[in-house]
Design a protein around this ligand. Sequence first.
Ligand SMILES: *Cc1c(COP(=O)(O)O)cnc(C)c1O
Length: 301
Amino acid sequence: MAIIPEQEPLIQSLNKDWYQPYVLGIDMLRLDVIHPVVSGNKWYKLKYNIQHAIDGGYSSILTSGGAYSNHLIAAAAAAKQYGIKSIGIIKGTYAQDTLTPTLQQCKDYGMELVFVNHEDYKKIDTDEYHAQLKRDYDNPFIIPVGGANEWGREGCETIAAYISDVYTHICVSVGTGTTLIGIRNALPQKQIVLGYAPMKGGLYLKEEIDKYLHTDKQNAYTLFDDWHCGGFGKWNDELLNFMNSFYAINKVPLDIVYTGKMMSGIQQQLQQGYFSKDSRILCIHTGGLQGNASVKEKLIY
Ligand SMILES: *Cc1c(COP(=O)(O)O)cnc(C)c1O
């Protein structure tokens, strides 16, 4: 079965006032527009997973995430769209008492929610836990946290088809690194890939990322973890103000967990002269806008 997006992604140029006189141009690859819920990179990470589950005759998919996970909601919506049952293993038993908007929506898409404590959740993607989950839930097709498996990486390689060789730099947010891996493996060496991790100490991801990069690509990217606002999922007024002014000038809505932090980092790098003046930058909008639900009233979009 072919899994296709509802909309093709589009490339949008940012307003010159945002990047002049620092570089020649900055465009955004808007993966956020491809589907109202299965937005951004999550769709690319899921498409071969879902296809594989259906072609393999599985009756359900099982995956896991936190109470605000973009991946979980995307998996729930995609499973519903393609007529396969979904089971979500949720980090933290507290989450069952008051469902977050994300979890409520997962439930509305028909996902069966299972809550596990933090201690057990740490083992979620071990072979032992997977074996137990296969026994407990009637042999589901298991997709690891964040869609970080070979099907996810392969799906992300197809994002490179939208990236022309006029761009000198490709910027992408990094959670598990799956998206960066797919893009880095698929793009020619001469295109510079920059990854922005929105958590404290995110440079530890480099080791994991290098495991899956072709040998000639292993050092052909740079990771930053400077723009985290205190940690994963944390935010402050400065970030919100930045996102609002970015929207006012560029008409691009950013998300509070990933792309808002990445673009604020890029703005700082522009001002600090990180990019040479002849750079043409493509920033990937990896989606995640559903995660703005908790700060909706503070945003102008
Ligand atoms: C999940 C997510 C990421 C991280 O993607 P990885 O492939 O796990 O690195 C980046 N941006 C957004 C908006 C996301 O939802």
